[in-house]
Design a binder for this molecule. Sequence first.
Ligand code: PLP
Ligand code: ZN
Length: 429
Amino acid sequence: MSAPTLYHSPATTVTGAATRPDAFGNAVVLRCRACAAEQQLGPYYACMECFGPLEVAYDFPAITREQIASGPPNIWRYRDLLPVRPDIAGIPNTEPGYTRLLKADNLARELGLKSLWVKDDSGNPTHSFKDRVVAVALAAARELGLTVLACPSTGNLANATAAAAARAGIRSVVLIPEDLERAKIVNTAVYGGTLIAVKGTYDDVNKLASEIAGEEAGWAFVNVNVRPYYSEGSKTLGYEIAEQLGWRLPEQIVIPVASGSQLTKVDKGFTELGSLGLVEPTAYRVFGAQAAGCAPVAAAFRDGHDVVRPVKPDTIAKSLAIGNPADGPYVLDTCRRTGGTVEQVSDDEIRAAILLLARTEGIFTETAGGTTIATLKKLVETGQLDPDADTVAINTGDGLKTLDAVGDRVGPTVTIGASYAEFTAAGLA
Ligand SMILES: *Cc1c(COP(=O)(O)O)cnc(C)c1O
Ligand SMILES: [Zn+2]
């Protein structure tokens, strides 16, 4: 693997330091996840010492449940736990989050689980969990004086980035693999930014984006050079689940894995709530879900490896089709440390699970959610998941964006002429 681009060229050090002392709230430093070396808060993502990934570190004051509960019904209620200024809720951005946590009794019964919830992040502004991470990245970009919001994307991030930039009144530049689902292309293009279709896989697109990020001053690639801030947005999924369960942690959680950022940050969110005394720090097990056509982390887990060997994706779960996941090793750490696993499911199992969730709970998920629900089912069937423990599965996206996944499996029950005689003849009354 080649070393990531560092921010050393004159062009990219024009900006870099925030102008306000409280620009990042209670965040104090960027810390390397590999060697713990520290770096000032800025548009940096790779450690100067070892090229390891940087993560935002905080010095939290005492924070109460009441303080959080009195905030707005979106992710900014957790602003004191995010790298954003205290008055963030008043600044044009998107207002993602506080999506519904549904008790999924029908699905639980069908799978043989005692208590199951679905965290339904299809309810976000652009219908996936990506609005959370983009909102925090946009806030950081502003404070750092970066004026273009950009990303390489498997689809949902493209939607969220283009929409957030439109609302913020700044330019967006979005790079996607050219073979994306039509719905994800249209859902990006409507917002009016620059949309670049690249002939290659997501991993090719990502590499190109890193090169551009190293050259273009003033560009915030949400999941590249401002990735430490971006990934903090995923913590809010963990915060919300705990708050919506009545300020407690679930015992098991199933999370889809693309780059692995979301899974590791939900875990970070749970840990922070425990150490801040906002919940009892009870034990929980984290399970990762991948599609068999792109399952480098599941394969490493199965084989007991610490390194993740890149693969070339071939799956209908395009939003999870990252063959070389940046946070793969940290997903392995998290799942092993908490007593969970990383599993993989076939495209057919994904299609069946989309229909299962729709039929039992009235939730139409995209292929990533199909991957998660199919994995949940497999974990129960193989005895990896305790059927008596409180379990949460995250639905990260909306089925309207991946209609083709199930479009040839469902349709009208029957087609009839507009007469009562034909209706009765069809025998459906
Ligand atoms: C991006 C994405 C994920 C996974 O995100 P990572 O943080 O990269 O692992 C899961 N589900 C959907 C729908 C996504 O768009
Ligand atoms: Zn380091």
